[in-house]
Write a protein that binds this ligand. Structure first.
Ligand SMILES: *Cc1c(COP(=O)(O)O)cnc(C)c1O
Length: 377
């Protein structure tokens, strides 16, 4: 069994992928070819945002967003301590300081209720993450932020719905990733920024290409964050089946939820939201032992993420300590993700759920034998 089955997906869309890649090989505009604007139009339409700026990765999408706001030395950016490292990394790379706010234990996303305490006069942006494919509580965050721009790290949530609107179009800027394992993934590196603000869109386009507004004329400092035409070709092919895949992900998530209810802590989806389940993540008491039991039964699992960002060695100079963000720290100890992709058969998902139940039962018996006091009562 695969954790994410990209090979079956390829077989399903092979004709379109091959034809579109071949067209790039023939026309020869390998970087920023005609596929890019075609993709940008399709992605903008999918989210409802006015502009899409395709780029070279999700990390670079965050960089373009931050550079477009001129974020740099002395600035603070408020974010979550429970995410992939890139979220905080980009803030630090620009010379700004990440200021962490603990997460909501039911969604694993930045807790909007705690946000106002973290905002200071130095706060130049708020960077919530829509983790595991479910949007953060963006309306509450945008409202608390007031005039401070909110950038959604939507690397895991392209295609997710929040109050009848789409992820990436829930605040001033949304940034996503097309890394192969994301809900919409290419065959290499890719990402995109979204905004409905004309001026910001123009700045992000310039930053993407060395701050250039016309050939060899540079009003600002930028980077090379352009997208390869072949990646855009792959994404255009994948977009043809994306809605069907999102629906299947939702069905797999719902089915897992039914089968695992009462056995482990399963994902909680906010009312009015639909997750794209970039990961299907549960919580277990003894994670190492659980993963070992699952492995023995032939089911791959993964951990997103085993260490909270404020405790990463790279951030030791910020002076955070264990206990500063207890909800994030507890999540980092107990979360584990199960196989999740749109080509997971009913048979396989039932079998995964059965293995989870068996593994939990084995661990329970084991701890009853070695530590009976834990089970008494
Ligand atoms: C994957 C991911 C990124 C980075 O995207 P890349 O395309 O790998 O650079 C950033 N933030 C989050 C939350 C991610 O999951």
């Amino acid at each position: 069994m695969e954790f994410i089955d990209l090979k079956t997906q390829y077989r399903n869309i092979k004709e379109s992928v091959d034809r579109r890649i071949h067209a790039v090989l023939e026309h020869g505009q390998y970087v920023m070819g005609p596929e890019i604007s075609q993709l940008e139009e399709a992605l903008a339409a999918r989210t409802g945002a006015k502009h899409c700026i395709a780029c070279s990765s999700g990390t670079d999408a965050l960089l373009l967003g931050m550079l477009a706001f001129g974020i740099g030395r002395g600035d603070e950016v408020v974010t979550t301590p429970f995410s992939f490292f890139a979220t905080a990394e980009i803030i630090t790379l620009l010379g700004a300081t990440p200021v962490f706010v603990d997460i909501d234990p039911s969604t694993y996303n930045l807790d909007a209720k705690r946000l106002s305490h973290a905002i200071t006069t130095q706060t130049k942006a708020i960077l919530p993450v829509s983790l595991y494919g479910q949007c953060a509580d963006m309306d509450a965050i945008v409202e608390t932020a007031g005039d401070i721009p909110v950038i959604e790290d939507a690397a895991q949530s392209f295609g997710a719905t929040y109050k009848a609107r789409q992820s990436c179009n829930l605040s001033l800027v949304g940034c996503t990733s097309f890394f192969p394992s994301k809900p919409l993934g290419c065959y290499g590196e890719g990402g995109a920024c979204f905004t409905s603000d004309d001026e910001l869109a123009e700045r992000m386009r310039m930053v993407r290409n060395h701050g250039q507004d016309r050939r060899y004329h540079h009003p600002m400092i930028g980077v090379n964050a352009r997208m390869d035409s072949i990646q855009a070709a792959v994404l255009l092919a994948k977009l043809e089946v994306f809605d069907t895949e999102v629906q299947r992900r939702a069905d797999v998530g719902a089915r897992y939820g039914e089968l695992l209810q009462g056995i482990v802590k399963t994902p909680e989806i906010m009312e009015g939201s639909a997750s794209v389940y970039a990961q299907y993540t549960i919580e277990v008491e003894d994670r190492d032992a659980f993963q070992e039991e699952m492995k023995r039964r032939g089911v791959p699992t993964a951990v997103h993420y085993p260490e909270a960002l404020h405790l990463q060695p790279a951030y030791s100079s910020l002076g955070y300590r264990e206990g500063d963000f207890p909800v994030a720290e507890a999540a980092a100890k107990h979360v584990v993700s199960l196989p999740m992709h749109p080509y997971l058969s009913d048979e396989d998902l039932v079998s995964v759920a059965k293995m989870v139940a068996e593994s939990i039962e084995t661990l329970r018996k084991h701890s009853a034998a070695t530590r009976p006091e834990l089970i008494a009562g």
